[in-house]
Design a protein around this ligand. Structure first.
Ligand code: AMP
Ligand code: MG
Length: 493
């Protein structure tokens, strides 16, 4: 099959990678195949299911035009700098231009050891692979920029995890690119002047073509804007990434590396689910600040391009700092925009944004103090807008306070209430179905026993998050409280 590979990274930035083939696996078998994504990429899903197709998705055969490589990168992990990370268990197969004209990376994850594997086995376990598949599809359906899975393939081999053998799997990941803040950090540390400039130029051309050539501060601002927009979406949906290290933050603005991530149940800025985030560095409410911290690390990589000795140039440092500071207002604007849409307020003509800010802040404060289920409560607001005014009131401990907020919101929304205009708009952006933690765990547990039906159904349901369907009620229901209280997510590496 003609994959249509056109590998600009391999051609232009070969010094940032090591050419290395995936390591073949014993007995590849397709578990999940993303047929609509395959079509979007110009690939034939039928062919991908043939032995020749599966061999490529497992890393057992090289696709025509593919130039497999492991990318090098560095990164700050939990605040500590690691000078050399890189793809220790992933292989970039190459780039294809999809049917919309967008260039996308195709990469395998769990595809065997590379020169960056350090002590690792280069593999991935079935559970985390399926989890990444489900989360990516859910985020995509929710309108969040994200890497996505094209396929999950069982390897027929075991990997050793958490003290026992587990079935192995390979994920095929599709991304706008795999360039990370950590990639830029490595470039800054290792590369010469010319390479630093060519890396920045590559990032600009590929992800931020609106920025003028050589405008490095402009590039910084473009990445800041993209991340502010991304974080606003995460926060308004109650998504916790769990491990926002700089090597897990893209320069494109896509969510990447679904490890110990989770969606909130009860709204709680202090929520942490990741087993490795013992200090709560990446707790729900800290995420925008952590993104800004990561962007400051990115800014540092651009400084040498701006002046031969940036530390001797306070004006330059100030200019870059200004761009980083701009993350705060950019996030606030994007976050308010997200919430205005969720509350239907964008449908009210001529309404002042400042007034909405108070409504949004008060709602967040209520969600927190009442420990309301984030997703369900926001979805219920659509029913409130249809006149079922007590559906949330009956869930809260302080109905008077809630009613006060609700009345103020409904008054603001009044012009858009007739004919269900506001409610219809809200139901198109406020999901019923998210990959709730208990549903994900249940589906993965079934998959481990060989039953893929629950994970297939979960992918179907979260891929269609806004439409209420008979028989899917359990996907919209919060987890039992005792489940969430004890819930811990693992990186699964
Ligand atoms: P992650 O926690 O998945 O973002 O990975 C952090 C770093 O560890 C990256 O450089 C990975 O390539 C590497 N890594 C994670 N798991 C493995 C593994 N099983 N074998 C080799 N390298 C790994
Ligand atoms: Mg990573």
């Amino acid at each position: 099959m003609d994959w249509g590979f056109d590998n600009t990274f391999a051609r232009e930035l070969d010094w940032l990678a090591v050419a290395v083939d995936p390591v073949p696996v014993a007995e590849p078998r397709v578990l999940l195949l993303n047929e609509s994504l395959a079509v979007e990429l110009g690939l034939d899903p039928e062919w991908l299911r043939t032995p020749a197709g599966v061999a490529v998705l497992a890393g057992n055969a090289r696709a025509e035009g593919s130039q497999p490589l492991a990318q090098a990168y560095a990164g700050h992990q939990f605040g500590q700098f690691s000078p050399l990370l890189g793809d220790g268990r992933a292989h970039l197969l190459g780039e294809v231009v999809d049917i919309h004209g967008q260039r996308r990376d195709l990469a395998l994850k769990g595809s065997g050891r590379t020169p960056f594997s350090r002590g690792g086995d280069g593999r991935a376990a079935l559970g985390p692979v399926l989890r990444e598949y489900v989360m990516g599809e859910a985020m995509h359906a929710l309108g969040v920029p994200t890497t996505r899975a094209l396929a999950a393939v069982a390897t027929g081999e075991q990997v050793w995890r958490d003290g026992g053998p587990r079935p192995g799997a390979v994920l095929t990941r599709v991304a706008a690119s795999h360039l990370r803040v950590g990639t830029a950090e490595l470039v800054r540390m290792r590369a010469g002047d010319e390479q630093q400039a060519s890396f920045a130029a590559y990032v600009r051309r590929r992800h931020h073509p609106g920025v003028a050539e050589g405008d490095h501060l402009g590039l910084l601002s473009a990445v800041v804007e993209a991340q502010a927009e991304l974080l606003a979406r995460w926060m308004s949906l109650g998504f916790i990434h769990g491990v926002m290290n700089t090597d897990n933050m893209t320069l494109s603005g896509e969510t990447i590396d679904y490890g110990p991530c989770a969606f909130l149940e009860a709204h709680d800025p202090a929520a942490v689910f990741s087993s490795i985030d013992t200090g709560g560095r990446y707790r729900f409410g800290a995420q925008p600040g952590m993104a800004q911290w990561n962007l400051a690390r990115y800014a540092e990589t651009l400084l040498p391009l701006l002046a031969p000795d940036p530390s001797a140039d306070p004006e330059l440092i100030e200019a870059a700092t200004e761009r980083i500071r701009a993350f705060g207002p950019a996030f606030d604007r994007a976050h308010l925009r997200q919430w205005r849409t969720r509350l239907g307020l964008d449908l009210v003509e001529g309404r002042g944004v400042e007034e909405d800010q108070v409504l949004v802040e008060d709602l967040l404060s209520l969600l927190r103090s009442e420990r309301l289920d984030h997703t369900r409560t926001v979805r219920l607001l659509g029913r409130v807008a249809r006149g079922e005014t007590s559906v949330v009131t009956e869930l809260v401990e302080d109905p008077a306070r809630w009613s006060q907020w609700q009345d103020a919101w409904l008054a603001a929304l009044a012009p858009a209430l007739p004919d269900g205009v506001a409610a219809a708009g809200m139901d198109q952006v406020n999901p019923l179905h998210i990959p709730r933690n208990h549903l994900v765990e249940e589906a993965l547990a079934a998959a481990l026993t060989g039953d893929l039906a629950p994970v297939e159904e979960l992918v179907r349901v979260v891929s269609d998050p806004f439409v209420e369907r008979a028989g899917q009620e359990r996907y919209a229901a919060p987890a039992p409280a005792d489940f969430t209280a004890g819930y811990v997510t693992y990186c699964g590496t």
